[in-house]
Design a protein around this ligand. Structure first.
Ligand SMILES: Cc1cc2nc3c(=O)[nH]c(=O)nc-3n(C[C@H](O)[C@H](O)[C@H](O)COP(=O)(O)OP(=O)(O)OC[C@H]3O[C@@H](n4cnc5c(N)ncnc54)[C@H](O)[C@@H]3O)c2cc1C
Length: 508
C-alpha cells in the first residue's frame, strides 16, 4: 500500500513508462536488489505505447542493412542487437517462470516461434537489393546459422505471381514472441518482487541543484526518488525538456505504426515470421503467425509531434503489400484488432541510453526506434548496472548512445540526400511506380533531390539526417502543406544544439 504524505510519496527509483523497457529495467533491478523501493509510473491503457503494437520480431541479422558496417555507431547498434539475440532464450525462460501460470507463463513460452524467413520481393528496388545482400554477408561473416531458402518452399507463402520473392534467407535463431504476453509477464514478475505500479502520467521531472528529485504527476502529486529512469517511449522527449537544457538531447520524434491482428477460419498461412529487409519509410513488411491467425505489420509515419493516429493511405499500402507479396489469402482473414503505437525515434535514429550528464540521478532508457523490444533484455541489464553502480562506465558500443549528445551523423549531407532520394524511389517501386523506359526515372529522382536540397538550404546548421527523417520531414509535402512548418522545430533544435555544443560537425 502506497502512503502519500503531503502530496508526496518516496521511492528509491522511479521508472517513468510501463512499456517493455521500463518494466524490464524495473524487474532487473528488483531481481538484483530486493531491498530497493521501485515504482513504475504509467497508465494501464498505455497511451501511445509502442510495445503492445509490436510483432514482436526478435531480429538482429534480419535488421541488418548496407549501413550496418559503414559507421561505428551503426555497428554498435548491431552489436547491441547481437547481444540481445544471445540473451533472449534464457531471458524468456526466466520471465515465464517468474510470471508463473497465473500470469500466463506457459502461454508466453508457447507464443515464441523461432525462425524468420527474409524475402527479397520482386516489388522492390536497388536499396532493398543492397540491404538483402548486406544481410547475407553479415550472416556469413559472423558465422550466424542460416540457410539460403528456395522461396517456393516457404510454408504458407502465396504471393501474387508478379510479386514473388526473388531470393530468401532463413534465420534460424530469429523469431517472434507475443509482445502483449511479455508485458503481462513482466508486470506479474515485477509485482512479485515488490515493484509498485502507479497508474498515472508524469508531467515533469523535478530537479534542483543539478540533481533529479523525482517526478510530478498529473494528479498534482509528486513522486520523490533519488533516481529516475526515463522510459516513456516517444513521450520521453517532452519530459526531458522539462529539466534539461534546450538542445542537450536530440529531439524525440514519433514513429506512428499500425499493425493488424487477424483470424482465419481455415488453416493455412505462414508458419514462421516472413519479412522483407528494412528500408527507410518502412520497418520491413512482415506477416507473423499469431494465435488463431496472423499479425500483419507495420506502417511507420514519422512526425515531430505525437500524431492523431495511423494514416489511411499507409495502412492501405501495407495491407495490400502483405496480400500481394506474402499471402493473397490474407484478404479473406478477419481483423480481430488494430494495433497502433508510436515508436520512439530520436532525430539521429540512435537510442538514448544511460545517465544524463546535466542531471545527477536521471537515467535514459528510450529512443529504440524499431527494435527496442528485441534489445530490451540487454538494455535492462545495462540500466540496472547504471542504477546500482553509477560508476560503471558504459562499454565502448553503448557510449555511442549517451543521451546528451549532438546528433550522431553517419554520413555527409550530400550522401544523406542521395540516400534519401534512393530510398524514396525504392518506396515508389514497392508501391507500383512504373516509369516508361523512354523517360527513365532520373527526372523523378532529380526532382526529389532538388526539393530536398531546397529545403535543406533553409536549415541554419545543416546536418546529415537519416534517409527516413529526410523523407518524412522534407520530401513528403502531403503531410505539411505549409513548407516552412516542418522546418521550424528542426531549425529551433539545431540553433539550440549548436549553442549547447558549439559545433555539430561530425562526418566528413
Ligand atoms: C507497430 C510497431 C511494430 C514494432 N515491431 C517491433 C518488432 O517486431 N521488434 C522490435 O524489437 N521492436 C518493434 N517495434 C519497436 C518497439 O515496439 C519499441 O522499440 C519498444 O517497444 C519501445 O519500448 P519502450 O518501453 O521504450 O516504449 P513504449 O512501449 O512506447 O512504452 C512507453 C510507455 O510509457 C508510457 N508513458 C508515456 N508518457 C508517459 C508519462 N508522461 N508518464 C507515464 N507514462 C508515460 C506510455 O503510455 C507507454 O506505456 C515496433 C513498434 C511498433 C509501433
Amino acid at each position: 500500500m502506497l502512503r502519500w504524505t503531503g502530496g508526496m510519496v518516496t521511492f528509491d527509483i522511479a521508472v517513468v513508462g510501463n512499456g517493455v523497457l521500463g518494466l524490464s529495467a524495473a524487474l532487473e533491478v528488483a531481481r538484483r536488489d530486493t531491498g530497493l523501493r521501485i515504482a513504475v509510473v504509467g497508465t494501464p491503457h498505455r497511451d501511445r505505447a509502442a510495445t503492445p503494437a509490436a510483432g514482436a520480431m526478435l531480429n538482429c541479422f534480419g535488421e541488418v542493412t548496407q549501413y550496418t558496417t559503414r559507421h561505428p555507431a551503426v555497428a554498435a547498434r548491431f552489436a547491441l542487437a547481437r547481444r540481445a539475440l544471445d540473451a533472449w532464450p534464457d531471458w524468456l525462460a526466466r520471465l515465464a517462470d517468474e510470471a508463473g501460470e497465473a500470469a500466463g507463463g506457459s502461454a508466453l513460452r508457447d507464443s515464441h516461434t523461432p525462425g524468420t524467413f527474409v524475402i527479397l520481393s520482386a516489388r522492390s528496388g536497388r536499396i532493398t537489393d543492397e540491404n538483402f545482400e548486406a544481410m547475407r554477408s553479415a550472416l556469413v561473416e559472423h558465422g550466424e546459422p542460416h540457410e539460403v531458402a528456395d522461396p517456393a518452399d516457404i510454408p504458407g507463402l502465396a504471393p501474387c505471381p508478379d510479386a514473388r520473392p526473388l531470393r530468401a534467407l532463413y534465420l534460424q535463431r530469429e523469431g517472434t514472441v507475443d509482445a502483449r504476453r511479455v508485458l503481462a509477464a513482466l508486470e506479474a514478475a515485477a509485482a512479485t518482487r515488490g515493484v509498485q505500479f502507479l497508474p498515472a502520467t508524469a508531467t515533469a521531472l523535478v530537479a534542483d541543484n543539478g540533481t533529479v528529485r523525482g517526478v510530478r504527476l498529473d494528479d498534482g502529486r509528486t513522486l520523490q526518488a533519488a533516481q529516475v529512469v526515463l522510459a516513456a517511449g516517444s513521450m520521453s522527449g517532452e519530459l526531458a525538456a522539462t529539466a534539461l537544457p534546450p538542445g542537450a538531447v536530440p529531439p524525440m520524434l514519433h514513429g506512428t505504426g499500425l499493425a493488424v491482428l487477424t483470424h482465419r477460419d481455415t488453416p493455412g498461412g505462414v508458419t514462421h515470421a516472413v519479412r522483407t529487409p528494412n528500408r527507410a519509410a518502412t520497418c520491413g513488411l512482415h506477416v507473423l503467425p499469431s494465435p488463431g491467425g496472423h499479425y500483419i505489420g507495420a506502417t511507420s509515419v514519422i512526425t515531430p509531434r505525437a500524431g492523431a493516429g495511423p494514416e489511411l493511405g499507409t495502412a492501405h499500402e501495407m495491407l495490400r503489400a502483405a496480400c500481394d507479396q506474402i499471402d493473397q489469402q490474407l484478404s479473406a482473414a478477419q481483423v480481430t484488432a488494430w494495433l497502433c503505437g508510436s515508436r520512439p525515434i530520436p532525430l539521429d535514429c540512435f537510442p538514448l541510453l544511460g545517465p544524463s550528464h546535466s542531471l545527477d540521478g536521471l537515467v535514459f532508457a528510450t529512443g529504440t526506434y524499431r527494435d527496442g523490444f528485441h534489445c530490451s533484455p540487454v538494455i535492462a541489464r545495462y540500466i540496472a548496472d547504471v542504477l546500482l553502480d553509477g560508476s560503471t562506465p558504459p562499454d565502448k558500443d553503448l557510449s555511442w548512445f549517451t543521451p546528451e549528445r549532438p546528433p550522431v551523423q553517419t554520413m555527409t549531407v550530400p550522401q544523406a540526400l542521395d540516400e534519401a532520394v534512393a530510398h524514396c524511389m525504392d518506396a515508389g517501386y514497392e508501391h507500383d511506380l512504373r516509369i516508361p523506359a523512354l523517360l527513365g526515372d532520373t527526372h523523378l529522382a532529380d526532382g526529389l533531390r532538388q526539393r530536398a536540397e531546397h529545403l535543406y538550404e533553409r536549415l541554419p546548421h545543416p546536418i546529415a539526417l537519416q534517409p527516413e527523417i529526410i523523407i518524412s520531414q522534407l520530401l513528403l509535402p502531403a503531410r505539411s502543406p505549409d513548407e516552412t512548418q516542418p522546418l521550424t522545430w528542426l531549425s529551433d533544435y539545431l540553433h539550440a544544439a549548436r549553442k549547447h555544443y558549439g559545433c555539430l560537425d561530425q562526418a566528413s
